[in-house]
Design a protein around this ligand. Sequence first.
Ligand code: ADP
Length: 534
Amino acid sequence: MIYESLRDSVGLVKSKVSIGNIHFKQENPQLALKEYLVAQEIAESINDDFSRHRVYSAISKASKSIGRKDQALLYNKKALLLAEKHGDAKSMAVGKKNIANLYMELGLYELAATEYKAALAIETELNNLGEQVGSFCGIGMAYVQMQEPHSSLHYFDEARCLASKLNLPRELAYVYSGLADANAMLGNEIDGYYFLKAYVAIKDTLVTEVAMKEMGEIKNKYELESKEKQIALLSAEKNLLSKEQKIKGLYWFLLFAFAAFFTITGFIMISKSKMQARLFKLLELRGEKIKEQNAKLAQSNLDLQQFASVASHDLREPLRMINSYTKLLNRKYTETFDAPAKEFMHFITDAAVRMDRMLTDLLDYSRVQNKGEKSQWVDSKELVAIALDNLKFKIEKRKVKINYKKSDLPKIYCNKTAMIQLFQNLIGNAVKFTNEKNPVVVIKCESRDGQPYFSIKDNGIGIKKEDQAKIFEMFQRLHTQQEFEGTGIGLATCKKIVERHQGEIWVNSKTGEGSTFFFTIPQKAAMAQEVVVN
Ligand code: ADP
């Protein structure tokens, strides 16, 4: 467990230092130092020398970078102690050289020279030629700074040989600058000038190299950027092309859609006009057929009316004969007739009267047509008054109370004779079928949507629901002659009159509770349609 946590802590130190190094490379030594200090705490806590050495070296590097040279020196020395403790020669050499460099920066040249020499001794032992160049150079520089150019020359020479051998131009330039200073101090202007020139030449190449490198980098960057731009341009072009293609596609689509639309519309219009032509022809044919049928119907109606009229007129003549002669027989031979003979005579008279009534009704029915008397504006109270007058005896006989408000009854545009007939038939039925004890008939007219709705109500026997439609048909009766006399033509005539006025007729009734007959006479239709009664 302990070992594991130790290993974890070592790893943590390592990663903290690595993070710090990244900050350092990104030229942010402050942040780097923060990470290193955290790493130091961990390293101290675990007391791991290797970790501590790693952290000390890092702290000294960052401290130096931010100008805290004392702190840098302190941590370098700490690192060196650890390296020495563990006999790590390479780290010792590095440590000593770092300390020497710091001494140089602090102006402690003697100390610097000592440390450089110590480092050089180790490097020589390790046969690390590259590192030796720096140490030789450092010693030389320290002597120059100590105003001892003589002493420096040997070290500079050593450094120059090694740097040339190892082809280290940077170090060589450093050596030449030292040699230039030393020779200048020694009064060897020519040599000094020579080394200065060599230094400048190398520096130039170095600068050129750096410049070239930077140029290369810039070039690469530029190429990269231009490539990126090219790519962007290409993709923009591609976008443009695809947009153009899309627009083209849209254009073709629209063109196609228009073409299709016009073709379809044209096709539809042609087929529509063809269909219309066909429809017109069909309608024309149908119209002709209807005209033909109407003409046939009109002819047959006329024939029927003529027949009914002729029949009712002509039949009345022999009927009158029968009536007259039965009356004569009754008067002259009434004493000689026995009871059955008298009864037979009564049957004959009765039948003759009934037949006369039927013929009258049939004549009335046949008179309702579209020719003859013209429609006119009539006061409906006048129509009702005439009808009541015609029914006077029946009303009085049955003591029927007729209720109506004159002000309720409006002026209507209608065929006067037909309308009197209509009122007469309906009021006549109401009187006939009304309550025996308290007979009341109510006549009303309501206005609905500007149209007159007439109603004739009685409190009589009423009509069963299933019989209500058929009573408007010709010869349809619900009672025997013994119960209620009649012909079964009255309501059929009413229906004919109302329909000729483009109106409707119907009944609301309940058995034993009386009946109300309604009818409408639409005024616009009545004005347009001339209802005529011969
Ligand atoms: P009718 O001459 O027999 O009265 P209608 O055509 O006028 O002929 O009437 C047909 C039948 O309708 C009548 O026989 C009667 O049965 C019935 N009816 C007509 N009006 C009324 C009413 N107000 N109350 C009851 N029944 C009626």
